[in-house]
Design a protein around this ligand. Sequence first.
Ligand code: IVH
Length: 715
Amino acid sequence: MTDTAAARDQALDPGKVSEAEARQELEALAKRLAEANAAYHTDDAPVISDAEYDVLRQRNAALESAFPHLKRADSPTEQIGAPVSETFAKVTHAQRMMSLANAFEEAEVVDFDVGLRRFLSLDDTAELAYTAEPKIDGLSLSLRYEHGTLVQAATRGDGTTGENVTPNACTISDIPETLEDAPEILEVRGEVYMSHADFEALNTAQKAKGAKTFANPRNAAAGSLRQLDAEITRSRPLRFFAYAWGETSAPLAETQADAIARLTALGFQTNPLTKRCDGPAELIAQYRAIEAQRATLGYDIDGVVYKVDALDLQRRLGFRSTTPRWAIAHKFPAELAWTRLEAIDIQVGRTGALSPVARLTPVTVGGVVVSNATLHNEDYIAGRDSKGADIRDGRDIRVGDWVQVYRAGDVIPKIKDVDLDKRAGGSVPYEFPVTCPECGSVAMREEGDAVRRCTGGLICPAQAVEKLKHFVSRAAFDIEGLGAKQVEQFYNDGWIREPADIFKLKARYGSGLQQLRNREGWGEKSALNLFQAIDDKRNVALSRFLFGLGIRHVGESASSLIATHFGTIEAVLEAADSAVSFEGDAWDDLLNINGVGEVMARALVTTLTQDAERASIARLLEEVAPAPAEAPEVVDSAVAGKTLVFTGTLETMSRAEAKATAEALGAKVAGSVSKKTDLVIAGPGAGSKAAKAADLGIETVDEAGWRALAGLDPS
Ligand code: IVH
């Protein structure tokens, strides 16, 4: 028997140790392990071997299980097995934190108004008022007050779940800790930001200390708020503007403008440039007035937000999957700068798309240093659009050219133009590769597709790695501690090739943890955390599971819709198999899911019925049991769970509003009448659909009947 094996056996057998001896030994072990941990983690200078360390831990565990009452408050098992969290606790928002749809042109502002009128069935002369206010360039924060006391502050996160930053928010002087005369429950939402002057001073101080400086005030605000040590946040001059609310136990007001006035009265800072406007012309005038003051405001704004003023109309308009219908952000024009294009690199994405990336001589664009920009696709570089028409008057883009970079908001910078006068003699047009730079497979362009794609599938390392990165990403499996960098590391070492391998990591490489622990960047604590984070996702929600598969065209919200519709992964796979001919009931059923179009449905069916993909999913399902999707919240309504078809003219509301209302009441709205239809709402002029309903014996009501069912005419 080797020494280590003998020691291990002894470790596992506390033998005939007396209670007094055990107490002493546990004390010694706690000390020794604490020293070993400190040497390993803090000093990066281990004092004992991994094998010795493991034996000590096992001995400690064995003694603790033989003498549970002797377990110390500073027990090594507690400290390492359940380390203090290195991140913020997660918070589920009582009401989702939404983002905003964007408009860039004045014409889009007019379209916004026209669209709302149509949705609300308002004619051109009816009053439809808005508010206009600056769009603050910071990070949003939700403050929850209960009985007038701040009980929780949370960042937006993915909109559903954010981070608990309550102690940090309490250090911001614009944020009241108590409120008087507020509703019992009130969630106030707004933007944390840093002024230009404070930002400059912070960077000067950071530089003097040799500490990290920030690229812009928004990064400085985010970095300052998200500090585990709230005292650091306290030392940073953060500010807060309130502009919205989440859950409230009583309405704040009847209009947006009055609600903002109420927030001001409660003690919040609200933006003084907020103005009530009567229509698009006034909105645009306020946009111009705000834009004219932009440089002298002293803080960054990136546009003007327009919101419908009447809160009952906001309620009727409701939300799309991530944005309210009743608001829009009119963004300021993008910022521009000229620089040299040093190289064009090709990146291969998870669906095999070859994307050209411009490597630029670094240049500051609107306060941010830009050194990479997207070049979209080969046509864009050549100076034509997908239909072959000229863009940039046909000027192509070549390596070595002077190019104009632009950046709008958070999006990836783009190349807008090229300066031919500065083009060097002897330059040659860029030749877009026709083979994959990563795996050498042919890269094909399908007719009508602007993108050239690698045909290597899973043999292409770039596609495989990108698929894995997508799989672990925040909106998919969201495995903490397993980010893009770690995925690359594990992939390159052959530890993971496909999603299922992630769940086998612990069994394969975790024994004794040596393998992972000996790697650069990994300690025992982070390794244990990782295995725990992975295990936590073995029951991931079905919507995340589906999104994680990375199927083309199937985004986050579509994944949720599909998950809710089918409930289980087995039902999804079965539906794909039955719809493989792209016709028949199963196919129609897919297309009838609200929000699923033909392109998406095709991609879903094609991918899920491919042998290699299916085998990979089967291996994943041996490790993971996706939690069945929750049935859509059962709404207590007469139409909940029913499939409705609207036909003919509705007089009191638009089709769009009728559909949104029905969906909010838990019903599905289909475009055509079939055996599955439960109810047809027929207005004047209803034709073949009403006839078919009569044929099939389906219940049919008129608009008044529908309004009564929907509870729209309170008696
Ligand atoms: S209203 C439901 N108003 O912009 C509507 N948002 O791009 C919630 N923002 O996530 C947003 N200034 O962080 C609103 N005056 C303002 C804003 C504002 C900045 C941010 C907010 C939001 C993002 C959307």
